[in-house]
Write a protein that binds this ligand. Sequence first.
Ligand SMILES: Nc1ncnc2c1ncn2[C@@H]1O[C@H](COP(=O)(O)OP(=O)(O)OP(=O)(O)O)[C@@H](O)[C@H]1O
Ligand SMILES: [Mg+2]
Length: 279
Amino acid sequence: MALLEVSGLSKSFSSGRNLLGRRTGWTHAVKDVSFDLGKGECLAVVGESGAGKSTVGRMVLRLVEADAGTITFDGVDVRGLGGTRLRALRPRMQMIFQDPYSSLDPRMTVADAVAEPLVVHTDRDRATRTRDVARLLDRVGIGSRYLARYPAELSGGQLQRVAIARALTLEPSLIVCDEPVAALDVSVRAQVLNLLRDLQEELGLAYLFVCHDLALVEVIADRVLVMAAGEMVEQGAVEEIFSSPRHDYTRRLLKAIPVPIPRDRHGKFLTPPDYVVTP
Ligand SMILES: Nc1ncnc2c1ncn2[C@@H]1O[C@H](COP(=O)(O)OP(=O)(O)OP(=O)(O)O)[C@@H](O)[C@H]1O
Ligand SMILES: [Mg+2]
């Protein structure tokens, strides 16, 4: 059984109201999308802006309610869960957003932001929490001198590392990564991607990796789901889709791949100063 099984997922948003307040139309954000995600696996969801990628990720975590379809996580029907049981499942499914500035509370220190899920979901005492938070931040490459700092005092790359640490606090088995490096400087993208890959391997995490940059997908993902205008165009193993895409839309996406981040012979992304970024 897959860790996550999604079948026939659909969502429409009302796209406007007239002067009388009547709805004037609906946008099919997602139409009949189905996929499986195994434990420890990475499925990339790709497609142009507005294709419905983020909406798929949000529905899986119930941040957006689906109109139709089923979502089964570890054998549990996620859409059918009420408040208490949904809260109990929360720790196991986390999300990392594109913009770390808006995903962290500006009034909370780094240490408090990472400790918060532990306060809400566990009964660990303060000393244990402090120890766990320090260990996590160390693991994502944030030194102890940042513990008492506020988000405004950190760089985008550092903030995304803090967001990753926060997502890991409750030992999830699935993380929805919504364009986790798209807002970062090219120079730190590689580092954050390497971190995500190392964590995945170490902790056996499954990633639903929303992304529009196919150059990243090739290295981070095992399988790809291609979406266009809310619909599933094709899905398959990365090598398969990259070497023999079945659809024109996928071919066009592949043609639009920007210059990839250079990698060493082990597949690790190289980071400056190992290579020179030419604008
Ligand atoms: N909360 C919302 N209310 C109304 N429409 C929405 C909402 N969220 C998404 N949409 C619409 O649904 C469609 C899919 O949006 P979504 O954000 O899932 O696309 P995306 O593939 O993630 O795009 P991007 O690459 O730009 O992030 C778009 O037409 C968008 O305008
Ligand atoms: Mg999006």
